[in-house]
Ligand binder design. Structure first.
Ligand SMILES: *Cc1c(COP(=O)(O)O)cnc(C)c1O
Length: 358
C-alpha cells in the first residue's frame, strides 16, 4: 500500500518544465532554485531529476551542503549569502558561490584568510528595498570587492524584482533601468529574473535566469496557471478517504459545528489536515478531487483530517484516493480559495507527508 498523505513528484514534469524554460529563455543559463526543500518537492529528488540545470540556487548554506553530501556536482549559489565568517571556509571547501548583499558580508570577506577565492554575485537593490547595495553605495562597495583577494574575478552582478508578477506594473522596467545603468561596461555575468521575470519580461533574462516556482509547473502570476505557459504540475498531493458516512440535513460536522448540511448527503473524511501542512483556514467550498470530480470541503480542517461533501448519491468508498492539488486540480486554484499563494502551500507541507518520486 502506498503511504498517505503523499506528495507524488513527477520526474518527467520537472524535466519538461526545465526544457520549457530553455525555450522561453533561449539565450540564458537556467539556475534551478531549489531552496525550502525544493519548494516542498524534495531537495535531492529535484536536483537529481534536473541534472541538466546549469546550477542550483539555495537560500541557506545547510541546503547547499545537503546537495554536496548527496553527490550533486553542479554549480551552487547561496542567494542570501553567508551569515558567519566561518561559513566562508565551507564555501571554499565545497565549491559554493555566494551572493554579497550587505557591508557585513563584505567585511567578513576582507577579514578572513581563505585558501582560495570565492565566486561572488554582488546584489544591487534596484528598488525592492529588501536585500542589496543601494545605487549610492554601489561604486564604493564594488571597488572593495574587486580589490579583495578572497573574491574571484570577475565579480558577477544581480538584482531581484519586487513586482515582476504584475505584468502591467512599471516597477520592473524601472528596476531594469537602474540595474543596467549601474552595471554598464562592467565585466561578469548578470542575473535579474525570477520565474515571473523569465515568463513576462524577456528583456530581463540576461546571462542567467533564476527559476523557482515555474520549474514546479506553477504560475507565479495571480489569475493564470502553469499550463498557460506550457508548464506541467510536478506535484500531486494525494491522501485517501478513511470514512464515508450518511449525513442528515441540519447535522453539523467537525470542531465548532459551524457548518450544517442543507440536505441529506454523504460526507467523506480525508486523511490530511493542518498537521500535514494543509491550511486550517481553507474555507468551505475549497475543492478536492475525488473519483474524477471536484467536491467541496465542509466544516473546519482539523489536524489529521478534513471533511468533504460527496453528495447524496455518491458511490465513493473508504480507501479511494483524494487529490488535494496536482494535475487535475491546479494548486494555484486551491491557493486562491484559501487566500494565499501556491508557493506557500507547497513549501508548508510537513515531514508527515511522504515525498515519492514517480
Ligand atoms: C526564491 C528566489 C528566486 C526564485 O523565485 P521564483 O519566483 O520561485 O521563480 C529567484 N531569486 C531569488 C534571489 C530568490 O530568493
Amino acid at each position: 500500500m502506498k503511504p498517505f498523505p503523499r506528495a507524488e513528484i513527477s520526474r518527467s514534469a520537472l524535466q519538461h518544465n526545465m526544457e520549457r524554460l530553455r525555450e522561453i529563455a533561449p539565450q540564458s543559463h537556467v539556475m534551478a532554485v531549489v531552496k525550502a526543500n525544493g519548494y516542498g518537492h524534495g531537495l535531492l529528488n529535484v536536483a537529481n531529476c534536473l541534472e541538466m540545470a546549469d546550477g542550483f540556487g539555495l537560500a541557506r548554506l545547510e541546503e547547499a551542503l545537503m546537495l554536496r553530501m548527496g553527490g550533486v556536482k553542479a554549480k551552487l549559489l547561496l542567494l542570501e549569502g553567508v551569515f558567519r565568517l566561518d561559513d566562508l571556509h565551507k564555501l571554499v571547501e565545497h565549491d559554493i558561490e555566494t551572493v554579497v548583499h550587505h557591508r557585513s558580508q563584505l567585511d567578513m570577506l576582507e577579514q578572513v584568510s581563505l585558501s582560495a577565492p570565492v565566486t561572488v554575485w554582488m546584489k544591487i537593490d534596484s528598488g525592492m528595498h529588501r536585500l542589496g547595495f543601494c545605487p549610492e553605495e554601489f561604486r564604493e562597495m564594488y571597488a572593495r570587492l574587486v580589490v579583495c583577494p578572497n573574491v574571484a574575478k570577475p565579480v558577477h552582478l544581480m538584482t531581484h524584482f519586487a513586482c515582476a508578477d504584475e505584468p502591467n506594473n512599471p516597477m520592473t522596467q524601472a528596476q531594469l533601468e537602474v540595474f543596467t545603468g549601474l552595471t554598464r561596461g562592467l565585466p561578469g555575468h548578470r542575473t535579474l529574473a525570477n520565474s515571473a521575470g523569465t515568463l513576462y519580461w524577456k528583456d530581463t533574462q540576461a546571462d542567467w535566469v533564476r527559476a523557482g516556482i515555474a520549474l514546479y509547473g506553477i504560475s507565479p502570476v495571480m489569475g493564470d496557471l502553469g499550463s498557460d505557459h506550457g508548464l506541467q504540475p510536478a506535484m500531486d498531493l494525494v491522501s485517501r478517504l478513511i470514512s464515508v458516512r450518511e449525513h442528515k440535513a441540519g447535522e453539523p460536522v467537525g470542531y465548532g459545528s459551524y457548518w450544517q448540511a442543507r440536505q441529506d448527503t454523504r460526507l467523506g473524511i480525508v486523511a490530511i489536515g493542518y498537521g500535514d501542512g494543509y491550511p486550517r483556514n481553507a474555507p468551505e467550498g475549497t475543492p478536492v478531487w475525488i473519483n474524477g470530480r471536484l467536491v467541496p470541503i465542509v466544516g473546519r480542517v482539523s489536524m489529521d483530517m478534513l471533511s468533504v461533501d460527496l453528495g447524496w448519491n455518491a458511490r465513493d468508498q473508504v480507501g479511494d484516493d483524494a487529490v488535494l492539488w496536482g494535475r487535475d486540480l491546479p494548486v494555484e486554484v486551491v491557493a486562491e480559495h484559501i487566500g494565499t499563494i501556491a508557493y506557500e502551500l507547497v513549501t508548508k507541507l510537513t515531514p508527515r507527508v511522504a515525498v515519492c518520486l514517480d
